[in-house]
Ligand binder design. Sequence first.
Ligand SMILES: Cc1cc2nc3c(=O)[nH]c(=O)nc-3n(C[C@H](O)[C@H](O)[C@H](O)COP(=O)(O)OP(=O)(O)OC[C@H]3O[C@@H](n4cnc5c(N)ncnc54)[C@H](O)[C@@H]3O)c2cc1C
Length: 439
Amino acid sequence: MVSQAGLVAGRARAHTIAGNRSGGPVAHTDVIVLGAGIVGTSIAVHLTKHGLGVALIDRAGPGEGTSYGNSGIIEGNTVFPPAFPADWGSLVRIAFKRSPQANYHLSYLPRIAPWLVAFRAASRPSRLIETAQLMRPLFGRAVAEHEALAAEAGAEPYLSRRGWLKLYRTDRAFAALASELDLAARLGIANVLLDRDEARALEPALAPVFRHAVHWTAAVSVSNPLALTRAYAARFAALGGLLLTGDARTLHRANPYWRVETAVGPLDAGDVVIALGPWANDVLSPLGVKLPLAVKRGYHRHFRPQGTALSRPVLDVENGYVLAPMEQVIRVTTGVEFAARDAPPTPVQFDRLLPAARQLFALGQPVEAQPWLGARPCFPDSRPVIARARRQRGLWLAIGHAHWGLTLGPATGRLIGEMMIGATPFCDPKPYGADRFAG
Ligand SMILES: Cc1cc2nc3c(=O)[nH]c(=O)nc-3n(C[C@H](O)[C@H](O)[C@H](O)COP(=O)(O)OP(=O)(O)OC[C@H]3O[C@@H](n4cnc5c(N)ncnc54)[C@H](O)[C@@H]3O)c2cc1C
């Protein structure tokens, strides 16, 4: 932890200490970034490179929140977001808690009902196409921004450029992909259709229990997402940024600044960026900023591989789980769970998916006694908010990255950095504005 003296040492021009009215010392910087997940850390790096004094504040270490536990896929290839089920069969399976893709807590449904209605509306085919087009500038930039950041952070060894595989066990599920492949072709998103043998030539450890595969060749996978965020945070510190411990819920106005209490005392800044992932509303609601941010919870558990390992992540589409090769282990990640963010874990999806996973790949013993639980921060239209907050001077939002926070962290960092310094942003930020939820 940096000392109070360390607060000024980081970047002499931009971090200063002055007396406050009550007589205690108050540190000052240009920008406070709240939340050191992959999104906040990437933003902090970009802002520092623009010459700003930046303090990145978290109650835990960088990357230890949601950004720790994901499937590690930098999915620049994303076309359609996950959609509300269109067929009755899927809905009935979810309702009767038979689906490996989705689980829910009954007591939570009344609270999330309006969000689900909006999610369903955003899942109409025309809206999915619109979302794919609006998100393309961000996804199209995702891999290049990670590669640039990883290169300067010495984190390249964590990146693997082998793409990822989506497997289809039935002709019906594969046929349902037609419109996505069509749009991918129009948007220039690379993929290769493989039969079972071709896919097994790429991944010999997969059992022949599927019929079709799509190799999304341009995706990049990460062998240790926690280490990647830590490397980006180390790069931020090396550039003169300040990494501090503090509770974001202490954010308040100390006119004309924003103030946060940190472990080394109060810190003021003219601008603050909320990058708190699923915890954003803990800070935004008391400020009167109302946004329809919900969570899709998800779990992972590590297993030791038996025999040949996997060299790229694999999604078993009909069974809704990912096998993600991490350092020495296979991380099995689940689909979504609609439940209160802080409700106790209910990892029942593993019971539903593990028989299929063991059929596909020789999973050995689990590494941990209990699965890890995380919460994807999601807006119903599957787009993040990367914007200045309305009616709140100096308050910026970088939240709601849903299934793609790892993917989009560095691209978000570039975009919000350009917006904050008044440069021409690399893409039109309007689709990611908070205004779309106004009224
Ligand atoms: C099972 C699963 C699989 C996934 N797979 C992928 C994938 O393959 N590819 C992909 O792109 N995305 C994936 N995601 C999504 C991705 O992990 C998230 O979108 C991303 O991590 C969100 O990053 P973030 O920085 O916004 O939030 P976080 O990483 O959660 O960061 C928020 C930070 O805020 C801090 N914080 C919270 N409250 C406070 C407070 N009061 N005071 C101070 N600090 C606070 C937390 O400690 C945390 O560090 C997956 C998610 C899950 C759950």
